[in-house]
Structure formats: C-alpha cells, structure tokens
Write a protein that binds this ligand. Sequence first.
Ligand code: FES
Ligand code: MG
Length: 588
Amino acid sequence: MNDQNGRTLRSRRWFNDRNYPDLTALYTERYLNFGLTREELQDGRPIIGIAQTGSDIAPCNRHHIDLAHRVKAGIRDAGGVPLEFPVHPIQETGKRPTAALDRNLQYLSLVEVLHGYPLDGVVLTTGCDKTTPAMLMGAATVNIPAIVLSGGPMLDGHYQGRLTGSGSIIWEGRRRMAAGEIDYEEFMDLVASSATSVGHCNTMGTALSMNSLAEALGMSLPGCAAIPAAHRERGQIAHATGKRIVGMVHENLRPSDILTRQAFENAIVAASALGASTNCPPHLIAIARHMGVELKIEDWDRIGHDVPLLCDVQPAGRFLGEGFYHAGGVQGVLKELHGAGLLHGGAMTVNGKTVAENLEPVPEPDHEVIRRFDQPMKHHGGFAILSGNIFDNAVMKISVIDEAFRARFLSDPPGVFTGKVVVFEGPEQYHETIDDPSLGIDERTVLVIRNVGPVGYPGAPEVVNMRPPAELIKRGIENLPTMGDGRQSGTSGSPSILNVSPEAAVGGGLALLKSGDPIRIDLNTRKVDVLIPEEELQARRDAWKPVIPPSQTPWQEIQRSMVGQLGTGACLEPATVYLNIIETRGEA
Ligand code: FES
Ligand code: MG
C-alpha cells in the first residue's frame, strides 16, 4: 500500500479506505466492469495513468494508441496497474482557427483528471507541438510522479533526390508556386512527400524542439526524444517508460524534484544548440510558471544567446529526424554542451540519475550532424529578446539569419536595419493584398502583422512568417524582415520578430503603427524603435480603439478573458496560482 518512504499511495483513498467502505465500494466496483479484479485494485499496486493525446483527429500523436500497449506491458512488468485515458486532442495543422487555442485547454483537461481520479503517477504521451508543453504544464500543476513518452518524428521525406522536411517544405513550396516555378499539383506532391510515416514533424520545428527540451529538462528517459516514430526502439522505450514510472511512484520522484531552475537553464542552453523553435520560449516559461519556478523571457537572451548552434537539422541546417537520431540525438548534443561546461550536471532526471550521470556512457556524437562545440554551425545559436518604444519584448531566432539576409538587411552599420513598415491587420488582409503593388513593398520594408496575439486572433496563430510579394521573389528576394504579435511555425526559417508583447489587441504599441512609418532595428542593442516623435505616438494612442473580432466558441471567450501575453507564457493567469495542488489544496 505504501511507497518506499512509508507514504500511502494516493490511489488507496479510492480503493482501500476502510473508514469509508461505502465510498470504497462505489469507487472500486465500476473499474471491475471491464475485467479488472479486486486484487489488482486493492492489493496496493501503484495505479498509473497513461494520458493519451493520440486519436484519428490528432495524426501526429495517433501511434501513441499502439505505443500505449507497450507502456502498459512495462507498467505491468514493474507491478503497476495501467489506466489509459484521453485528454482534449490537439492537432497543430488541423485545428481552426489555430491549435494554439487548445494548449491551455489540454492542460486544464489533464489537471482535472490527475487531480480527480485514483492515479499515483502518469505517463505523458507527447508529440505534436502543443501536446508536450500542455502535458508538462499539467503534470507541474498537480505534481504527481510523471514521465514523458515522446512519439518521435516521422521518417525522413524525399522528393526527386532531396530531403523534404515537415512544414519547411510548405514554406519553400509556396515561394516557388508564387514565383510560377511549380503548379498546385506539384506543390501538393512536394508537400505530401514530407509526410512519410506515423510520427510528428521531422524538422526541428516545435514538436521535435519541445520533445528534445522535455528530455533536456530530465522529464523523459535519456534518448527518448529523437527515436523515429516508426523504429522498433520507439516501442522499446515505451516499455521502458512504463516500467520506470512505477519506480518513480515508489521513490516519490515528482516533477518538482526535476523541473528546477537549473533544469530550465539546461533546456535554454540545449535549445540554442538544437536551433529550436521560436515557440519554445513561451512554452517553457508556461511550464516553469505552473511549477512555481521563476523564468523570464530575458533569460533566453542572457543564458542562451551566446550558445553555439550545433545541430545541422532543418530549418537551421540540412538534416531531418533520422539523421539527428543516428548522430546521437539529444544526449549527443548534451554531451557536447556538458563537455564545454555549459550544463548543470547535477540536475535530477526521471531515471533517478543526474544529467551528468546519464551522459557518462554516451558516445561522442556523429559530427556530420551534431557539430563539435568548438566547430559549431554558428557561434550564436540562441534567441535575441528585443524591446523598444512600441513593445516590451519580442523574440528573434538568430540561428536562421543567413549571410545573404545579413548583408541585404542588417548592414548599415552591421546588425542594424532601417526602413519603413507596411502593416497588415491580420492574416486575411495579408493574404488578400500581399501582391498588391500599391502597397509599395520594397527591399527596405518590414512586413508587420498585428491583431494576431493571444487575445486578438485568439490564441496567437503562426502567421508572422509572411512571404514577400511575388514580384520581389521573382527578383530573388525570398525573405523580408517581418514583425508581429502572433507566432510563427517552428519549421519556418524566417528571421522574424515574433511574439510581440503586449499585443495590439490589448493596447500594445504595435496598434499605433501606420504603413510608411520609419523603423530602426538594432540587433546589437536589441532595440526596435519606430522613428516617430513621442507626441505623435501619444496622439495615436489617445485615438486608438481596440479591434477584436467576436469569439466563435465559448472556449475562445473564456480563454480571452484570462490569457496572458506570449512574453509571460500565454498562460491562463488564474491557473498560475494553483501550484502543487494535491498538497496545497487537497484531494476532492
Ligand atoms: Fe504535428 Fe508538426 S504538425 S508535429
Ligand atoms: Mg507549429
């Protein structure tokens, strides 16, 4: 009945409470109706939840339905009883208007299950973008033993002799279609070639980034994140994960033991070396806030900016998930970083060992894909956190700025761009008018999109990576600087200024811009300033009225009423005070 410290397992309050035999009978009898026995429920075995994020509607995570059989076998082998349950589904590419609405909903659905049902520990099935942060946020709030099982990336895509990576090939294909190089049919063939097998995106987009960071945080077994979804090792680590969660329950090893400030700093360092998605800062900040750990957006620049980019993986590099896996995956990257003294080696992980202990047996990575620390892809792999006279903070992914972009846009003097803005009021207006010559978009233009933040759109869709007008693409200008209060896909290689906080819809300065306003971006000082006198900005501020489209569903309205800004994780603000809830607030 007890763990190795003599603690009574919480599931006993449901199944063995002799003080309340009528309640025990009620709680127990219905779990018998599909074949479980009283012995299994009442002889003191840990009851382990499997939080199932896969379904037909969530194809990136769908194979977790099969992997759960291996997880259950592992739980049984270690003496536990598995109970699989669904959470609210999220499919990044399927949900309208944006899957970003649903991270906080999946989080809530997990918290309610973990708090309200007889579970001693939980396996978190992760994969598609928001599923990883949502699961970790929920486990952090409840703080019962929890372990991440990643679903793994799809196998590599190929088309006419070259690699085609998830998402990234869409951004490339739409440029080529806009330039008239390919038609719709070829565009579709090109894109379909990247969806090879079960699994999530095989580029270092948000999914592979966040699963890699879950491993860097210590929340999955070492080696878990990179195993391709279709490999046998994926099923084998599912079994090992099921076995291990039972041990974690006996040891009472909880998220609060693992998700420490040191763990988050390790994850920021890893994110830079991986060339991770621009969605990682808000997601990691959200996990930290639900764990009660202080993590600020500025920490990403301070801790991560000077860490080199080591991974030659798309969109910052050449390879895809299979190449990353065979080269050594996350542990290979951590090995390089630890060798350079950049990690907190003493941080605890789910297998009961520290980061440093886990790295001891790890062989040197294949340096074709994972570079040596002293011979990196780029010397600065992290994010720049910008601020200025129209916003408090925004994120820019330095690792995707190539030399051509730097020479064209960031050279007067080095690191500085001066030009004018052209403003779009949202993705609809951008799509309708981007090719309209009367907008006057040229090489000195920053494309700005607003009203696409957590409140504005709502959810903050991935729309800031706007392409230039077709006329410019035909002249060889494939990217322009872009800026917005929404997000961008982690599979995009665009060096955009993203996640501008506060957003226009809540009165952020982005709302005050007019097309034609002069702007100066200085990456050296991290400043973005619109070159307009403060009196003029104030006059526009006084005249400003919010433009917020009506909510389409009840959840959109509820989320809008309590969501915070991307710079602080876009959390449901009232939820962030619910920390370690079983100990601080009690059981139902
Ligand atoms: Fe699901 Fe990329 S769309 S992982
Ligand atoms: Mg995405």
